[in-house]
Design a protein around this ligand. Structure first.
Ligand code: ZN
Length: 131
């Protein structure tokens, strides 16, 4: 699928650097233990600014899904499935899920991360059905 490349920010740069290495990381707060996404300046659970990225095995379950039929901007291929995935090791991700046909992405579907290089700089963590 084509889409415009995300532009890393100071907060998200470690996420994109890890994805380029084929690793999934999510913000985790050592003060309250919360894993959250997207990265924010402060933990949404306790407002600590001391959160760090923690590794995830990249397996989970589709919590909710929508099929986007109208491209949100130039450069997107539509339709595509956009889902909230509950990660087995904690936290959730808003992410693309590629099951071939977007209508095949259903709540409860088991998925795993699948890294796909979009540009030389950006590798996107997609999710695909667990095999
Ligand atoms: Zn916290």
């Amino acid at each position: 699928m084509n889409r415009p490349a995300p532009v890393p920010t100071e907060l998200s740069r470690p996420f994109w650097e890890a994805a380029r290495r084929g690793e999934l990381v999510v913000p985790q707060c050592p003060a309250c233990g919360l894993r959250f996404f997207a990265p924010e300046p402060a933990c949404p659970g306790c407002l600590s600014r001391e959160w760090r990225y923690a590794p995830s095995a990249g397996r989970g379950t589709v919590y909710s899904v929508t099929v986007v039929h109208r491209a949100p901007g130039p450069g997107f291929d539509a339709p595509f499935a956009l889902a909230v995935v509950d990660l087995d090791d904690g936290g959730t991700l808003l992410t693309h899920v590629d099951a071939g046909d977007p209508d095949h992405v259903l709540i409860g579907l088991r998925v795993r991360v699948d890294f796909r290089a979009l540009t030389d700089e950006i590798t996107l963590p997609y999710f695909v059905p667990e095999s």
